[in-house]
Design a protein around this ligand. Structure first.
Ligand code: TEU
Ligand code: CA
Length: 548
């Protein structure tokens, strides 16, 4: 009987609901040819490593042809690979080789904007009559008189003057990332054709960059969640994604639980799920920028996670993540990257992987890689460099700016992967494009593989458990110890079993009492060797129990 039940559940869930997805930032993962930049052959050489970890799919940050103004998020040819990363043949090889390792490749689609070096834009700026002109967002005006005061995410006005045609174009990100005009059905069709071409190459899905910004209406100063957004998404999905069994995840900074239920409607009319950022935006001064640091409001974090878990249950699907290529390293952020680095990295992993949704691991997270504290000369990220300049001009002190950069710079996530304790951490035989974190002599993959107490092994085990027990996928979430100021505790329950997760988020020992009787439960995973003492949690202690 029991076996039968497990089987129906497996049949009812989608592959991407049972999956764990691993994000690769290609330029920082593995360099195969010594030019200091990671590449596709480098990834192919590490597929054994990824299979050993147990992941099901790779989300690959953009590898298409690009002038790299924003590290590939400025695409100049959607149907070719940037020579820096390899060739189209390398990409096809990666898709096939990954398949042999039971890993699917998820491509990063940047559809809100292209590079200004894309053929479409080169044409578009030639004249107002050019057939590609309307692929972008233009407004008349006079030089120096911006259409309005909208700002770009990387600083400066969101409008750029093109003297040849006496018009401004709109860009939500850098000047080299002109926004595409989704109101134009011809542009939309070109995008669908391109996506179907990639589907034909056997990719397993797509991550959609800033997808909630495509329906912008600059005259009304609307960026996220424009009125036509879900209409566009349904058309996009119908014309492309629904033709294959793909996973699709949209990046949506403006998502609320209500919106997420539209995006991830189980009827498959839009996307599989979205990345929402409500938890990510908690440690900043409210109403200000991410650089304006505030301590993490832990009670709020619990409330946010709890609400997303409850609201989306059965009505949508969560993505679960602490990190990506835009965010600081979680162990340095909400863990402890000093004395308790190992314990806190594992605690954060256990907490996240027990929740309902699809977990994402960002490269190096499985090793407990940390933030860096470089001098400004050593940063490469356009957002960081612009912020530094802008805040100096505004009169901030250097110390204050560097404090923000050390805490929040995107380059924290982008330092090269630490493979071993040899030269350049085994990342490259040349000079790395971004300095390696000096702690690579202690923190590296080689030292963790096969060590059952390592962070790597903890991630490996969490992935294995997810494959073993359906309760990870479909169990109902219930928050416990709601008012506890140190502990995050919850259960997940389905017809077969029940998971209990208790995590101490802080560096002090705390006690607790639960109604749940753990004496007849199996301790599935924990981050201290002798974890038999109930009612007490040591610094960053995490335990996950199972009752069958
Ligand atoms: O990020 C969207 C985005 O809003 C971030 O740039 C965010 O503003 C910033 O990282 C945090 O302050 C996506 C990509 O993930 C990012 O790498 C790109 O730079 C951006 O879109 C533009 O394509
Ligand atoms: Ca290379």
């Amino acid at each position: 009987m029991k076996v039968m039940k497990e089987m129906t559940q497996t049949v009812n869930s989608k592959w991407w609901q049972r999956a764990v997805i691993y994000q690769i930032y290609p330029r920082s993962f593995a360099d195969s040819n010594g030019d200091g930049i990671g590449d596709l052959q480098g990834i192919i050489a590490k597929l054994d490593y990824l299979e050993m970890l147990g992941i099901d799919a790779i989300w690959l940050s953009p590898v298409c042809r690009s002038p790299q103004d924003d590290n590939g998020y400025d695409i100049s040819d959607y149907r070719d690979i940037d020579p820096m990363f390899g060739t189209l043949a390398d990409m096809e090889e990666l898709i096939q080789e990954a398949q042999k390792h039971h890993i699917r490749i998820i491509m990063d689609l940047v559809l809100n904007h292209s590079s200004d070096e894309h053929y479409w834009f080169q044409e578009a700026k030639k004249s107002r009559e050019n057939p590609y002109h309307d692929y972008y967002v233009w407004r008349d005006g006079a030089e120096g008189e911006y259409p309005n005061d909208m700002r770009a995410a990387f600083g400066g006005s969101a409008w750029e003057w093109v003297p040849e045609i006496q018009q401004y174009y709109f860009h939500q990100f850098s000047v080299k990332q002109p926004d595409l005009n989704w109101e134009n059905p011809k542009l939309r069709q070109e995008i669908y054709d391109m996506i179907n071409w990639w589907i034909g190459k056997g990719v397993g899905g797509f991550r959609l960059d800033v997808i909630d910004q495509i329906a912008k209406e600059p005259d009304k100063k609307i960026t996220n969640n424009g009125p036509r957004l879900h209409e566009y998404l349904r058309e996009l999905s119908r014309e492309t994604f629904q033709k294959a069994d793909l996973v699709t995840v949209g990046e949506a900074w403006g998502a609320t639980t209500e919106l997420a239920k539209l995006y991830s409607n189980p009827d498959n009319s839009e996307l599989s799920m979205v990345f929402q950022f409500e938890h990510i935006c908690l440690d900043q001064i409210e109403g200000k920028e991410k650089w304006d640091l505030a301590p993490l409001p832990f009670m709020k974090l619990k409330e946010v996670f709890g609400r997303w878990q409850t609201e989306l249950c059965g009505k949508g699907w969560n993505s679960l993540f602490w990190n990506n290529h835009d965010l600081p390293r979680i162990v340095s952020r909400w863990g402890n990257d000093g004395q308790y680095r190992v314990e806190s990295a594992k605690m954060l992993a256990v907490l996240l992987h027990g929740l309902q949704g699809t977990p994402y691991i960002y490269q190096g997270e499985e090793l407990g890689m940390t933030n860096v504290q470089y001098e400004i000369e050593d940063y490469r990220d356009i957002e960081t460099l612009n912020l530094y300049r802008e805040r100096l001009e505004k009169g901030y002190s250097r110390e204050e700016i560097m404090r923000s950069i050390h805490a929040k710079s995107r380059d924290n996530a982008r330092t090269p992967m630490q493979w071993n304790d040899g030269a350049n951490a085994g990342f490259t035989e040349g000079t790395p494009w971004l300095k390696i974190n000096p702690n690579y002599r202690e923190i590296h993959a080689k030292g963790q593989i096969g060590d059952e107490d390592s962070i790597f092994s903890c991630y490996q085990k969490l992935i294995r458990l997810r494959k073993e027990y359906s309760v990870f996928v479909d169990g109902d979430f219930q928050m416990l110890l709601e008012n506890d100021r140190n502990i995050f505790a919850y259960t997940r329950t389905n017809a077969d079993s029940r998971l209990l997760v208790v995590c101490n988020f802080y560096d002090t020992t705390v006690s607790y009492s639960l109604e749940e009787d753990v004496t007849d439960m199996e301790l599935l995973i924990s981050n201290y060797k002798d974890a038999d003492q109930t009612g007490v949690l040591r610094p960053y202690e995490a335990r996950m129990y199972l009752k069958k």
